[in-house]
Design a protein around this ligand. Structure first.
Ligand code: ZN
Ligand code: ZN
Length: 136
């Protein structure tokens, strides 16, 4: 059985095939995380695209998280409204991320809605700080 040599260094036996240029490369000329050879990994075009995607993805994830939290907050309030019954006149929490949610209500349970809003703010802030620390 013929063993092919690495097309990057030309010394060691080839073990992987680059998904970018489909060259057969050895384990030392290969980047397993991205499944590409070092030739493609070190090319300037690849570096800029990787950097751009990283810069875009982190704020986008935080933005998405804000939306998810806002959505969860609305669902919680809707469930609370159903549980409390028709005696609850009106209550809502408006949350424009990353600003703190604004709670208002005119029913006997308006206080609970506002407290819920405050609790969600704290939760959101903790998550926001944690994600920021992890991103750095
Ligand atoms: Zn090699
Ligand atoms: Zn390659």
């Amino acid at each position: 059985m013929q063993v092919k040599t690495c097309e990057v260094c030309g010394k060691r036996a080839a073990r992987y095939i680059c998904q970018e240029c489909s060259r057969e490369v050895c384990q030392f000329c290969f980047e397993p995380a991205t499944w590409i050879c070092l030739n493609c990994y070190n090319s300037p075009k690849r570096e800029t695209s990787a950097l751009e995607s990283f810069q875009w993805s982190t704020p986008f994830k935080l933005f998405l998280l804000g939306f998810v939290l806002m959505f969860v907050g609305i669902i919680v309030i809707m469930v609370a409204a159903v549980l409390f019954g028709a005696s609850m006149d009106a209550g809502a929490v408006i949350w424009i991320f990353p600003l703190p949610p604004i709670g208002f209500g005119t029913g006997p349970y308006a206080l609970w809605v506002i407290l819920l809003g405050v609790a969600l703010t704290v939760l959101g802030l903790i998550l926001f700080i944690m994600l920021r620390k992890r991103a750095r």
